[in-house]
Design a protein around this ligand. Structure first.
Ligand SMILES: [Zn+2]
Length: 46
């Protein structure tokens, strides 16, 4: 199973993902996605 790119927990729900300059990042929840976005704003594609 895919692991969350922030906290390392199993990703059980699809949909929390971001396209970045390093590829697609998957997260376990909205919280992890938000924290990653805050910490890596320069890598996010939109
Ligand atoms: Zn997580």
């Amino acid at each position: 199973m895919k692991k969350c790119d922030l906290c390392g927990l199993d990703v059980e729900v699809d949909g929390f993902q971001l396209e970045t300059t390093e590829g697609t990042k998957l997260f376990c929840c909205e919280g992890c996605l938000s924290v990653y976005r805050l910490l890596n704003g320069d890598k996010i594609k939109d």
